[in-house]
Design a protein around this ligand. Structure first.
Ligand SMILES: Nc1ncnc2c1ncn2[C@@H]1O[C@H](COP(=O)(O)OP(=O)(O)OP(=O)(O)O)[C@@H](O)[C@H]1O
Length: 661
């Protein structure tokens, strides 16, 4: 079992960082060639397999990481290189090189990926020449990115989405992903460049072209070796080159829409990666743990690279700036933990031939080996059967887990000739098959455990949803009750309005007072005129009686009294004032009612808005995956609620989620 190898790389200080820090002093202190500390963060010391300082060349990183990974893959081991670090720390520079500036094999700034291509194909040519054409290699490339928890095939012209599948023989694989055969470094590089142009990038405060996704370039390296026996030995390894999205916590505040979803997903997958690493570290320290690989696409896809069948390297990229010291310390802590993980890499090797043929061959070999032993007993029968074995196909030894019996570790006596050694190799192969079956069984058991775990989680979620639904129904009922009170008030309002209309029409049905007043006024004027002419009239002796009669008739008061008596319909001042007061009162009532109605309408709207906020908040909570997300949703929703009742309901719902998380 080999530990994951961790390499730290410090990039040079950028101009922006220099302006911010006002110093070129590095936040990282080199204690030895491989041990560093961050004094400003008062952290512990960190020791890695390799530390590249600011002036570390691309070639050095390749020699330390890329070359070793390619060598392992050529032998048939799976290999993975992860570039980890905060945004702008140099992950893409390390993996790919200075962006868009690759000018070919002489370019000093080209990164690990082009250098690995060059070295891989050079080594393949070497191996094929060495074995005089008995070995043939085949390389296929796939290139995907994981963006918002969805896998995109970057080599597909439509950048199709793909699903992850698990097969007991193949392990975890991407269904239907494009695989392109590549025969030399140039072909491989042009495939890589084509995929890179389809990646999701955008500008961040730290980086003009920041990767918003995890990208995984996968090379399948197959070798077919013609054996002297006529059988074909097949070795197949997968080489993953992974450029992760920035490791710093993405800011969710003041972010919305697509950016919010993007940031939340980056947080989710990186925190799952952290959790997986923590569980694996616990396992390495002898504490049994369940590893939640399935919690993110990244960890599930790269399950073998983390604690499984792979030789894995992590490059922890950091900035030397003082302003980034906290992020640098966090990256180094992550890397330090990852270094404790132990992987179990084995050569992925098989023999081609049909089952009966192989079985017959195995029987024949077993028999021959048994005959070669001095006491005639079978190796299988006497020593290997019923035990657990670790097989090293290169050293040609078998080691029993129930050691102590001692006799089966080394190659048995009597295998001096070439033919015998080949036979012994077949027996080893059978042992390996047995071992593989054991591993598959263990994997089945692990899968069942994971599925049960996931089922339990879904059950719990369902129960929560049911409770939320119940609370929502109660709230709905309360709102409905409120609405019916509002309806009663509005019915009263309408009745009053109708009453006012009736009163107004009754008022308008009264006689026209102004007309009567005008008429009265005209009569008074006429009286004045008659009085003025009175002297003239009094000169007419024969008209005196008539004048007196007219005078008595035309005295204004008498006239008015007579008029009132003659026309009782004309209202007096008190009636008029009374009517006016009634009109005023009615208008006052109308104003009051209108005010009341506005208030009720406002209340109804507020309740409706509160209810909508509670609903939306509940929905968001059910999709939130981290404590921070839950806190942010609870706070934001609480801020937007006005009414006490909705506040109480929201508190009840949110406390439920807080407790669950
Ligand atoms: N070792 C280095 N030497 C010189 N320049 C570097 C080095 N590492 C990074 N840079 C420069 O720093 C900038 C940011 O680097 P890069 O884009 O590789 O960061 P990143 O970690 O991939 O960021 P993101 O996560 O946002 O994609 C680039 O302009 C790159 O050229």
């Amino acid at each position: 079992m080999d530990n994951i190898q961790v390499f730290m790389r410090i990039r040079p200080l950028s101009e922006d960082e220099y302006k911010r820090d006002r110093t070129s002093e590095s936040a990282v202190r080199m204690l030895t060639d491989s041990t560093v500390s961050i004094p400003s963060q008062r952290t512990e010391n960190f020791t890695f397999d390799f530390v590249g300082t600011e002036d570390c060349a691309q070639e050095e990183v390749f020699e330390a990481v890329g070359k070793r990974a390619v060598e392992q893959c050529i032998q048939g081991y799976n290999g993975t290189i992860f570039a980890y670090g905060q945004t702008g720390s140099g992950k893409t520079f390390t993996m790919q090189g200075a962006r868009d500036e690759f000018t070919g094999p002489d370019d000093e700034l080209r990164g690990l990926i082009p250098r690995c291509f060059e070295y891989l194909f050079a080594r393949i040519a070497e191996e094929e020449a060495r074995c005089n054409g008995r070995v043939k290699y085949l390389c296929k490339a796939s290139y995907i990115e994981i963006y918002n928890e969805t896998i995109y095939d970057l080599l597909d012209p439509l950048i199709r989405t793909c699903a992850l599948r698990e097969d007991i023989k193949k392990g975890i694989f991407i269904d239907n992903v494009t695989e392109e055969t590549v025969q030399d470094p140039n072909e491989a590089y042009s495939v890589f460049v084509r995929g890179t142009t389809s990646r999701h990038v955008s500008a961040t405060s730290m980086n003009r072209e920041s990767s918003r996704s995890h990208s995984v370039l996968m090379l399948i390296i197959q070798s077919l070796t013609q054996m002297d026996t006529g059988l074909t030995e097949i070795r197949e390894s997968q080489f993953n080159l992974v450029d992760l999205a920035g490791s710093e916590r993405q800011k969710l505040a003041n972010t919305s829409g697509m950016r919010l979803k993007e940031a939340a997903n980056i947080n989710k997958s990186l925190s799952t990666l952290g959790n997986v690493i923590n569980s694996l570290v616990d396992i390495s320290n002898g504490r049994p743990r369940h590893v939640n690989y399935r919690d993110s696409k990244l960890t599930f896809l790269l399950r073998d690279s983390l604690g499984g069948n792979s030789v894995t390297f992590i490059i922890a990229n950091v900035s030397p700036a003082m302003c980034n010291d906290a992020e640098t310390a966090s990256t180094l802590r992550f890397a330090q933990r990852a270094k404790m993980i132990r992987n179990k890499a084995v050569v992925n090797q098989d023999m081609q031939g049909n089952v009966p043929q192989l079985q017959a061959e195995i029987q024949r070999l077993k028999l021959q080996i048994a005959q070669m032993r001095p006491n005639g007993s079978s190796v299988m029968d006497s020593s290997l059967a019923g035990s657990e074995y670790t097989v090293s196909p290169y050293s040609e030894t078998v080691v029993s887990s129930d050691s102590g019996s001692g006799g089966i570790g080394a190659r048995p006596a009597g295998l001096e000739t070439k033919e015998h050694r080949i036979m012994w190799k077949f027996v080893l192969l059978v042992m390996r098959k047995l071992q593989e079956t054991e591993r598959q069984k263990a994997r089945y058991a692990e899968n069942i455990f994971e599925l049960k775990d996931s089922l339990d989680r879904h059950r719990r979620q369902l129960q929560q949803q049911k409770l939320v639904l119940k609370l929502s129904k109660a709230e709905c009922e309360a709102l409905r009750r409120n609405t019916s009170i509002a309806n009663v008030a509005s019915a009263e309002n309408n009745a009053l309005r109708e009453e006012i209309t009736v009163l107004q029409s009754a008022l308008s049905a009264q006689p026209d007072y102004s007309e009567l007043i005008i008429e009265n006024h005209q009569l008074l004027e006429e009286l004045g005129y008659m009085t003025a002419r009175q002297s003239t009239i009094s000169d007419l002796p024969d008209l005196t009686e008539a004048r007196e009669a007219i005078e008595s008739l035309l005295i204004s008061e008498t006239n008015a009294i007579d008029l009132k008596a003659a026309f009782p319909i004309i209202p007096d001042d008190a009636v008029y004032a009374g009517l006016e007061a009634k009109i005023k009162q009615a208008q006052h009532d109308i104003n009051d009612l209108e005010l009341q109605r506005d208030k009720l309408e406002f209340q109804i709207n507020s309740i409706e808005e509160d209810w909508q906020s509670v609903n939306e908040g509940t929905h968001k909570l059910s999709t939130a995956s981290t404590d921070d997300q839950v806190d942010a949703i609870i706070e934001k929703t609480m801020d937007s609620i006005v009414g006490d009742q909705a506040r109480d309901t929201w508190s009840a719902i949110s406390s439920l989620f807080t407790r669950t998380f």
